[in-house]
Design a protein around this ligand. Structure first.
Ligand SMILES: Nc1ncnc2c1ncn2[C@@H]1O[C@H](COP(=O)(O)OP(=O)(O)OP(=O)(O)O)[C@@H](O)[C@H]1O
Ligand SMILES: [Mg+2]
Length: 501
């Protein structure tokens, strides 16, 4: 009896203490899943538990990833997709706005689909859909990307012409098309409107003129990526392993957004056509990285996939530097949010407001280094522990090579022979990367610097590093704070800059 009381007291006391000093993590049975049926992400900060992700206990399989540039969003995505493919044979499609996944996808044996000369994606392709449904989707994309919604008559003319183009090509609007039938293109739609113009009987020629003008933006020679017979079969991509849809060579944001919207529409249809199967893993994961125009509009099919994905084992990952660019409907419905380092107060406010974490977690998020994260999970049962916990780091597959900065060239002979003077500093890549990020270098500069250091067997003289940083456009203040940060004395720093001149 007495013993029991003491035990109770002690465990209460202990629980209270951990609670006061650090908020608890979800219990390990929520973090540690069967490794053959889950995805290892990293080690938790508090109890060093290997966090293996599974969506069995979550509201849905979708993930949002937020964090400043260079914080590790794409790194997380790559790590996650790689393991999902090992564990579940998951297909992955990356809608790659800036072309930043190209080399990784190639290295991983995946397929890169780019828009170079002669590559087309016909946005009127049916992929098994009824023409009447595809027409609605085409109109939906135009509404998101252009001002057509403000001009009902132009909208009506355009929609009518899209339907007419299908009819002229031999389709029945409300019938599932025969396989391998060839859809008309936006060029056919423009021609129909032009015929109407030549005909001259239509009562509002200005409306017609504007409707034609709007569509021509996407069907002009040289910019007709979406207005010709397809050379890229989007429908097939959902089951082709790892695929990078590189949108970076398209002329501008509108074209990229049109491609992304069309791809999402097609994938959503594919998803709905799949038969439900009670598999534990994910069949396909679609990744949207920095596609704010597509992620922020609630009419985009990113939202539909979020709502319906779970039952088809279909996951969506949305990554962004700016959480407010992710539509509420997406943000509040994902089962997992990976928060990497956040800088702006406004974004932090938004995250804390929607995910409801403690001020302790809030302050931890501002201090995260590269690859460190706070994770929010929405469990599908009510739980008595906080939903947000800290990850020591996202553990990737990259080799942890050592990078060495040598000081020998700026040290004087007496210093060289002094065993107390440090002659070189060594870092693993992630640490050096963190130091560079913390001192304000952007990820392009960092990649440039790593590339050059890599080219010389990862050893670099400090003066050379400093001149490299200045060549990358890094301000002197940032360089100085970086040098101080890695432990170089002010005396040596001023010596480095003296040599610089
Ligand atoms: N967990 C990690 N372990 C090791 N290296 C990492 C980790 N996270 C990020 N890095 C490295 O940090 C650099 C920046 O990461 P990443 O490209 O993922 O940033 P990002 O958040 O996608 O940035 P951006 O918004 O500019 O695209 C890369 O060189 C990457 O390899
Ligand atoms: Mg990125």
């Amino acid at each position: 009896m007495g013993l029991l009381r003491i035990q109770n007291l002690m465990s209460n006391e202990l629980a209270k203490r951990t609670f006061i000093t650090r908020p608890p993590e979800p219990p390990y049975e929520f973090l540690l899943n069967d490794p053959t049926n889950s995805i290892f992400v990293g080690i938790t900060k508090l109890f060093s538990i290997p966090f293996t992700w599974s969506y069995a206990s979550l509201t849905n399989p979708h993930i949002s990833v937020v964090g400043i540039t260079g914080s590790g969003k794409s790194f997380f995505v790559k790590t996650f997709l790689t393991r999902a493919s090992y564990v579940w044979n998951t297909n992955a499609i990356i809608i790659d706005w800036a072309g930043e996944y190209i080399s990784w996808v190639r290295q991983s044996g995946g397929k890169v689909v780019s828009f170079s000369k002669g590559d087309y994606m016909n946005i009127m392709d049916l992929s098994g859909m009824k023409p009447i449904d595809r027409t609605k989707q085409v109109m939906n994309s135009l509404e998101i990307l252009t001002d057509i919604g403000e001009y009902p008559e132009q909208r009506r003319l355009t929609e009518e012409a899209v339907e007419q183009a299908y009819v002229n090509a031999g389709f029945v609007l409300s019938m599932i098309p025969p396989p391998d039938s060839e859809a008309p293109t936006l060029k056919d739609v423009v021609s129909l409107l032009e015929e109407k113009q030549t005909d001259g009987t239509y009562a509002y020629p200005a409306e017609l003129e504007n409707a034609i003008y709007r569509l021509r933006q996407f069907s002009r020679e040289g910019e007709d990526y979406f207005a010709n017979k397809s050379t890229i079969d989007v429908g097939k991509l959902a089951s082709s392993g790892l695929v990078d849809l590189d949108l970076s060579s398209l002329p501008d944001e509108r074209f990229r957004a049109l491609a992304a919207l069309f791809i999402l529409q097609t994938l959503k249809e594919k998803m709905r056509m799949e038969k439900w199967s009670p598999s534990a893993g994910l069949r396909t994961i679609v990744t949207l990285d920095e596609a704010w125009k597509v992620a922020s509009d609630e009419r985009s099919d990113a939202v539909t996939i979020i709502r319906e994905g779970r039952k088809y084992s279909f996951g969506l990952i949305v990554a962004s530097q700016n959480p407010t660019d992710i539509n509420e409907a997406i943000f509040s419905n994902v089962g997992t949010t990976i928060m990497l380092r956040i800088r702006f107060e406004r974004f932090m406010q938004y995250l804390q407001g929607s995910l409801n974490f403690s001020d302790f977690i809030r302050s931890e998020i501002t201090k995260l280094g590269v690859g460190q994260a706070a994770v929010d999970m929405s469990f599908n049962t009510s739980v008595k522990f906080p939903n947000v916990f800290l990850l020591e780091s996202v553990v990737g597959e990259l080799p942890l090579d050592t990078y060495t900065i040598t000081l020998t060239e700026i040290l004087q002979p007496a210093e060289m022979s002094d065993p107390n003077v440090k002659k070189e500093y060594s870092f693993d890549r992630i640490t050096l990367n963190s130091r560079l990020v913390e001192n304000g270098l952007n990820s392009d500069s960092i990649l440039g610097i790593f590339k050059k250091i890599g080219d010389q067997s990862r050893v670099i003289d400090i003066k050379q590093l400093v001149s490299m940083m200045s060549a990358e456009g890094v301000a002197r203040d940032a360089t100085v704070s970086f040098l101080r940060n890695i432990g170089i004395s002010d005396t040596l720093i001023s010596r480095i800059f003296t040599y610089q001149r």
